[in-house]
Every structure is written in C-alpha cells, then in structure tokens.
Write a protein that binds this ligand. Structure first.
Ligand code: EPU
Length: 297
C-alpha cells in the first residue's frame, strides 16, 4: 500500500490532488481515479517532483491530452503527472518552432500558420499534445510527427535535462523510443509557405478527418495499430463487427477501428470488446492486432 508523503506538498509549487478522477482528463470519458495527480509548473518543479517519487518509490505516468488512453475502472496507483498547464511554451526562430510538450497540437498548427510555416498541417486530425504525439510518433495520411523533428528536450527520471538531436532518436511506426524520458519541448523544422495556402490545407485535412473518422461519441481514436501493409479498421470491418456492442461501448459504424463510448459503460466493457475484436481478427485473418491505445491499470 502506497503511503502519501505529506511533506511533498511543501517542496512543490504545484498542488497534489488526491484521488483525482481521470475520466475528466481522457477523451474516452471513463476510468477511475489517480492516487496522486499533479501538474508541475515548470522544469524545477518537475525535477523536485521526480526526486520525491524516486525517494518514495512511487511509479509515475505522464498524461498528455488523454486522447490515447484507456484508464481501468479501479484507477491507477501511480502518480499521474500532467504537463498541460506548465509546459505550453511557443517560440519561433527562423523556420524552427519550439513547442512545450503540454501544448495542444491545434495551438501549434495555428501558431505555425500565423508565421507562414508549413509541414505540420496533417496533424490537424489528431487531438493530442506535442509530447503525447511525439512519444508515440503519431501520424496520419502517411506522414508522422517524427519526420519534422529537429531536436527534443527531455528530462530523465533523475531530473537531468538533455537535448536529443534527431539522429539520436529512432522513429518508426508509432514508436520513438522516448518513453524512458519526460519530453519537455520539441523543436520542429518547418518550411515557408503562403499563409492562405496553409489555412486551406488545414481545412482539407480537417474535412478528411470528419469524413473518415467518427467523433459522434467520446473515443480514443484508432484503438489498434495497423498491421504491416494493412488497415486494422478494414480487417475489423471485414469481420462484420461494425455496430458490435458491449456495455456502453460500440464499434463505430463509420470506422471499425474506433470504439465509441455511448454511455453507461465501464473500462472493462471496452476491454472485453477489444478482446472480442482481437480474437475475431485472429481467427479470420491469422493477424494479431496490437492496441495503439495505452491501457492504464
Ligand atoms: N477501411 C474500411 N473499413 C473501416 C475503416 C477503414 O474498409 O471501417 C478501409 C478504408 O476504406 C481505406 C483503408 O481501410 O481503404 C484505410 O482506412 P483509413 O484511411 O481510415 O486509414 P486507417 O489505416 O484506418 C490510419 C491511422 C489513423 C489516421 C488515418 C488517416 C492507424 C492505426 N490509423 O487509419 O490514425 O487518421 O490512417 O491517415 O495508424 C489514430 O491513430 O488514432 C488514427 C485515427
């Protein structure tokens, strides 16, 4: 049983919330509480926090926009650290934009457009944060965020800060190898383009997203990673699972790799539906689907 170290609070600038319901921080709108929830104000505060979690041997999880996680019904015993309030800086220098990891991608895209900088428009379809998108090398329309990175500023679990150059990071499909760090900020190298043209491209991406994806109910985007050369959505669709229900969850009728929270369900229903999808796809296509969403338990 983890004991709450009362002296934490005194050393930190940020307030620790106890038993904070995580459903309020996830796009799926389900899940139990975080034993400790904290939003460090800056790097120094984060460093102090890491010192305390290390001292009391408390595991921690980093929360981004909560758009890619399924929190189990019992919640999590780890300390949940959100960078969404203290790490939202934005700086432009020539063709490079440096963005804080807690910043929403939509804000970054907006900012780049104002400066006539192009390259990240395709990310308009992703409801994540800069750090969250980077750690999973998020992507769509055949592109992924790692392609634009110039360098990444990270903190390790001892509070040491490093700047990693692109060549030191091994990006691959939905992977960055950066999970062992806390991403503080990311420098993106962009290209110069006409502002009106950028705006037009953003709206094309947003429209394409509305056409192919389902945002009618709370969801976590694509639930499974695409197997090599295939679309998980297509395989699930071919299994006839569109509209399949479990508790308050339902496979989207528009895109079979989306599971919608239609209300009244719990995380275990979603897990059951995911397991059913996996076993149907396995028996029909001999393909083992791997979740893209992270399961916090
Ligand atoms: N398809 C079906 N049935 C479905 C869904 C898709 O037949 O229910 C077919 C489509 O008709 C199309 C093909 O499968 O021919 C691919 O579909 P889509 O263009 O929607 O792309 P996807 O492979 O399913 C990937 C990403 C999405 C990203 C889109 C668009 C993954 C797991 N998914 O989906 O990312 O938005 O491409 O580029 O890599 C996400 O990661 O959360 C996400 C939504």
């Amino acid at each position: 049983m983890l004991k709450f170290p009362m002296n934490w609070q005194r050393s930190l600038q940020s307030k620790i919330k106890l038993n904070e319901p995580l459903k309020n921080y996830t796009t799926l709108k389900i899940g139990g509480p975080a034993r400790f929830f904290v939003e460090p104000k800056n790097e120094a505060d984060l460093k102090l926090l890491l010192k305390q979690v290390r001292r009391y041997r408390i595991p921690y999880l980093i929360l981004g926009a909560g758009s890619n996680i399924l929190v189990c019904d019992k919640g999590v015993k780890s300390a949940v650290i959100s960078l969404s309030s203290g790490f939202r800086s934005l700086k432009v220098k020539g063709r490079v934009i440096e963005a804080g990891s807690g910043l929403r991608l939509a804000k970054l895209i907006d900012y780049a457009q104002k400066y006539g900088l192009s390259g990240i428009e395709f990310l308009s379809a992703i409801p994540g944060t800069v750090g969250g998108a980077l750690v999973m090398n998020a992507g769509c329309w055949g592109k992924s965020v790692g392609e634009l990175v110039e360098s990444v500023k990270v903190m390790d679990s001892f509070g040491r800060i490093r700047v990693l150059e692109k060549k030191e990071i091994k990006f691959s499909y939905r992977k960055s190898g950066l999970e062992k760090y806390i991403i503080l900020s990311v420098a993106f190298r962009l290209t110069v383009k006409n502002k009106a043209q950028i705006k037009k491209e953003i709206s094309v991406y947003l429209e394409a997203r509305h056409k192919s994806q389902d945002t009618s109910f709370p969801n976590a985007g694509c639930v499974f990673k695409n197997p090599a050369g295939e679309s998980a959505g297509r395989l699930i669709d071919l299994c006839g699972l569109k509209g399949k229900k479990q508790g308050g969850f339902s496979v989207s009728l528009r895109h079979a790799n989306f599971i919608l929270n239609t209300g009244g369900g719990c995380a275990s229903d979603m897990l059951k539906l995911m397991n059913l999808i996996k076993s149907k796809v396995k028996s029909k296509f001999k393909v083992l689907l791997e979740p893209e969403i992270k399961i916090w338990q």
